[in-house]
Design a protein. Structure first.
Length: 142
């Protein structure tokens, strides 16, 4: 048996993101992710990801943004999406976080600061996460 280590969450239904600004020259389709030339990202049921990375808490407002971000980074690691899209994926995660802010004024302010900080840190430190040599380790069991 073979499996990949390092995942915490798994989709139970398809998730679609319309109007991303990440538009490849040709459509991309894998078993779990598709991205159209007009920027429509679809992540399919059973896709597994590790949730928000870094010293953070996995709260509801960042789960969907982390899903899209991880899918974009996976496409980059696989060599299917050009690395030039990495910072755009970081910005898109911030936009998704902003769109999911609370209606309560104080929480909205904290979530905006968190989104700004997160995007800034991704741009500084996350390049290696998109590098092909950082694919998830495959474990093999007899």
């Amino acid at each position: 048996m073979k499996c990949k280590k390092g995942f915490k969450y798994q989709l139970v239904e398809n998730e679609m993101f319309f109007h991303t600004s990440i538009c490849p020259l040709t459509p991309i389709k894998t078993h779990f992710i598709s991205l159209t030339v007009d920027g429509c990202l679809t992540i399919y049921r059973d896709y597994a990801w590790d949730g928000p990375s870094g010293p953070t808490v996995d709260t509801a407002d960042v789960m969907t943004p982390s899903l899209a971000h991880d899918a974009f980074y996976q496409l980059i690691r696989m060599g299917l999406l050009d690395e030039k899209w990495r910072e755009v994926a970081d910005e898109y995660m911030g936009k998704l976080m902003e769109a999911r802010r609370s209606k309560k004024k104080f929480l909205r302010m904290l979530q905006s600061i968190r989104a700004w900080f997160w995007v800034r840190e991704l741009k500084k430190f996350a390049a290696s996460a998109a590098a092909p040599e950082n694919k998830k380790e495959i474990l093999e069991f007899p």
